[in-house]
Design a protein around this ligand. Structure first.
Ligand SMILES: [Zn+2]
Ligand SMILES: [Zn+2]
Length: 182
């Protein structure tokens, strides 16, 4: 995902202010900026929520709560469906420049997504994208009791019944069934 203007915040004021300073931002990210999360998931509603920033004198603690909706495909019946997704993020963003001296602060933080850049921009884009992906189910189901597809004829068993299961019975079970019917 590209860096989103709507998720970039200049935090110079917070970084030069006293420890314990806070900012609250309303978040609104249009679908056009988030839509393609990866090949299996599409965001279909704007992301809306709140971001709270807290300056601890070492980092800015960011708390995000928000909601969107994602279109996905059922793992059993393969039908597309839409699922509301709630995102809850708690992340420490680390300054890379000392505000008093203007000198770079060496960081060995490997995740560049949580670094505040040299222009004091805190960028929530990548963190939000990761959080939405993490909030998605590993095995998406259109409903918990989805009956899936018939493995023989491919009929969607949520909508229709087929006759395959009785006709194509495993021969070992056929023998048992024969005994039961006697
Ligand atoms: Zn399904
Ligand atoms: Zn069938």
């Amino acid at each position: 995902m590209n860096h989103l203007d709507s998720l970039q915040y200049n935090v110079a004021g917070l970084l030069t202010g006293p420890r314990g300073g806070t900012r609250t931002h309303q978040l609104y990210v249009p679908v056009s900026e988030l839509d393609q999360l990866d090949e299996d998931f599409d965001v279909v509603e704007p992301f809306q929520g709140t971001a709270r920033f807290l300056w601890t004198n070492e980092h800015i603690l960011v708390l995000v709560e928000g909601d969107t909706a994602v279109s996905m495909r059922c793992a059993r019946c393969l039908e597309p469906f839409i699922r509301p997704v709630h995102v809850s993020i708690e992340e420490a963003f680390i300054p890379t420049v000392d505000m008093a001296t203007g000198l770079p602060i060496h960081q060995d933080e490997s995740d560049t997504a949580v670094l505040i850049d040299e222009h004091h921009i805190l960028d929530l884009s990548e963190i939000l994208r990761q959080a939405i992906l993490l909030a998605l189910p590993l095995t998406p189901l259109c409903r918990p009791d989805c009956k899936g597809l018939c493995p023989i004829c491919g009929a969607n068993l949520n909508h229709e019944t087929c006759t395959c299961t009785t006709e194509e019975i495993d021969p070992r079970w056929a023998k048992l069934q024969f005994l039961l019917e006697k």
